[in-house]
Ligand binder design. Structure first.
Ligand code: NAP
Length: 340
């Protein structure tokens, strides 16, 4: 016996990947529902070798459904997630709405699987921001060995992290550079994204940081350890899929780069590719469609006592969103619902 699973936002970047990953990982699904806005009613979505017709979220009844994977943004999530949860369906949400709610666990299964039991307070589990998810997979095993004091991270985030309209904007702007009369003005982003980089993701906060940068701080503290200090600069780059991060870590205890490499090689969810030669590292183009978080360029930072630098790359639509959500569903099934 398996589960009745609803994918909410099934026509979006993340929702489509959720359907793919549920099928790829053979999640025990008895019945699948693909939900989106009324605009998409009847649109066909792929689920393995099946085709599923999209239903209207607004009129859908979640009674009798086990799990709903939400990927529709905070606004509509605020309206529909509590309805699904009240109907007895466990919501695994990809928006930022519930991530900082003390009654909602924020989970990366490789890092804090024990938090799953906190789901029952609201029947809701939160999935972290894409840039946080891949980073904490790498930080946790290093923290367990040498205790992280401070992290300085710079991100290079792909446009798929802003949804399907942003991917269209990069594509059309890039083509428009070569075809006279087809130039495309920025609309999703505040400045041109083609052949450019933009040091601004999400809204500005009073202290001059952005909400994306704040999320990395708050989520790392909630998922790993509130004592970790973290400062981030989040940058959008003209890459379709795959987020990259340059991470500088300061530890309490000394951690040799070779030992760090061995620890990361053994850690769940991580693939180390770290050869000190041309091409001996992973770039975002190579991580697309993969489940792993790739770590390269592991090296001592000799400017401080206990410092290490690493390069971290992952498919943001997978580990940063859909894969992590399906892994949470697997954990929920194993530890709590026990049906599959
Ligand atoms: N992309 C990432 O890397 C990433 C990572 C982590 C978290 N997330 C989060 O995941 C969520 C979805 O992101 P995305 O990149 O998949 O966005 P997207 O490609 O723009 O897709 C949005 C989806 O939400 C649906 N939707 C929007 N408003 C709706 C409403 N009022 N009622 C029902 N459905 C509605 C859309 O349906 P229609 O097609 O019918 O409009 C579509 O299926 C966001 O909260 C985002 O912050 C994204």
């Amino acid at each position: 016996m398996g589960y009745k699973v609803a994918v909410v936002g099934a026509t979006g970047n993340v929702g489509r990947e959720m359907l793919n990953i549920l099928a790829e990982r053979q999640f025990p699904v008895d019945e699948i529902a693909a939900l989106a806005s009324r605009r998409s009613l009847g649109t066909e979505c792929s689920f393995g070798d099946q085709t599923v017709k999209t239903q209207d979220l607004d009129t859908f009844d979640f009674t009798g459904w086990d799990i709903a994977l939400f990927a529709i943004g905070s606004g509509p999530t605020k309206e529909y997630a509590p309805k699904a949860a009240a109907a007895g369906c466990v919501v695994i949400d990809n928006s930022s709405l519930y991530r900082y709610d003390p009654d909602v666990p924020l989970i990366v299964p490789e890092v804090n699987p024990g938090a799953i039991h906190g789901y029952a307070k609201k029947n809701i589990i939160a999935n972290p921001n894409c840039s946080t998810a891949q980073m904490v997979v790498a930080l946790k095993p290093l923290h367990d060995r040498a205790t992280i004091k401070r992290v300085v991270v710079s991100t290079y985030q792909s446009v798929s992290g802003s949804g399907k309209d942003a991917m269209d904007e990069l594509w059309l702007q890039t083509k428009g550079m070569y075809v006279p009369g087809q130039e495309v003005e920025p609309s999703v982003y505040p400045k041109q994204i083609a052949f450019n980089v933009i040091p601004h993701i999400d809204v500005f906060l009073d202290d001059g940081s952005t909400k994306e940068e704040w999320k990395m701080v708050a989520e790392t503290k909630k998922i790993i350890d509130p004592k970790i200090k973290l400062t981030a600069t989040c940058v959008r780059v003209p890459v379709f899929v795959g987020h990259s991060e340059a991470i500088n870590i300061e530890f309490e205890d000394f951690l040799d780069e070779d030992e760090a490499r061995d620890i990361l090689r053994e850690a769940p969810g991580i693939m180390v590719v770290d050869k000190r030669e041309d091409g001996g590292y992973v770039t975002p183009a190579e991580c697309v469609g993969d489940f792993a978080t790739f770590i390269s360029r592991i090296r001592q930072d000799s400017t401080i006592d206990n410092g290490l630098n690493i390069w971290c790359v992952s498919d943001n639509l997978r580990k940063g969103a859909a894969l992590n959500a399906v892994q949470i569903a697997e954990l929920l099934g194993r530890e709590v619902l026990k049906k599959g």
